[in-house]
Design a protein around this ligand. Sequence first.
Ligand code: PRT
Ligand code: ZN
Length: 297
Amino acid sequence: MTEIVSRTSFEKGSKLKLAIQKSGRLYDDSMKLLKECGIDISNGVNKLKADANNYPMEVFFLRDDDIPQYVEDGVADIGFVGENVVFEKKKSVEQVEGLGFGKCRLSIAIGRNEEYTDSKFLQGKRIATSYPVIVQDFLDKNNIKADIHEISGSVEIAPGIGLAEAICDLVSSGSTLFMNGLKEVEVILKSECTLIKNKNLNEFQQQLLDKLVFRIQSVKKAKNNKYVLLNAPNNNLEKIIALLPGMKSPTVLPLATVGWSSVHTVIKESDFWDIIEQLKDLGAQGILVVPIEKMII
Ligand code: PRT
Ligand code: ZN
């Protein structure tokens, strides 16, 4: 099946055209994800586009704000871009898969000393933002009339220079808000980098996309799980196994030392500390936790 997809696509001259950010916060993680998916891009950063050496794919390097438009027009078939940009641009594209990086939130912030009870605070106020569409949607949903001042950068300085009483901007650590004497009062949107696609892909492009999504999901699963090896006393083996679901069930092998077994399994990253502590309480020793590179299940 895989063979057929690649060969037919090459014969038809059909390649999957992917748009990613040219430079900025999403560039490194986008390239890393492609590499983890086994796709080798011979890129010079200064190029506008580059071919993959081992996948029928062409990569375009663009400003993130332009990616939804290029994908809607079919200049690119798919794109990696922040959900914040997808929702702001409101282009006719389809979201396919979250990519697990570029995580942030789009939030309203006001002066640290202001008192905020609910969104009514914003009534009649001026809000500086680079996201006028998303902010207007938020205001409409909450029946609030406020003045949106669209600015393209350094939004956080707007209250300090008297341009606005509130801002709406992306936040990750919160330190930019803190350094500008602001506090976060509403999260309007939680965002991550996402894979979007053109709505009219042909059959070959869709097959290539499905193959790419399968690889992305395997990489994501691997990142969310850890491989765990431990030595367990046989008298607590059943209780220990009950804590370890594994992909099917844990692998158990006898140790040379009588009364002990070696247990191997896969644990979700999010459950990790909780389970490790319980395992220790049950007498597990020599616990090794190993990252998984790919996970195909
Ligand atoms: O040149 P181009 O237009 O392509 O890039 P850009 O300058 O518009 O975007 P860029 O590279 O800054 O961000 C690209 C994407 O990264 C955004 O659209 C988000 O999806 C995602 N992202 C994740 C962020 C942040 N985290 C983030 N913290 N984008 C911007 N910020 C900024 C924010 O605007 C604020 O100035 O970081 C500051 C806040 O960070 P903290 O850590 O101080 O809270
Ligand atoms: Zn941008």
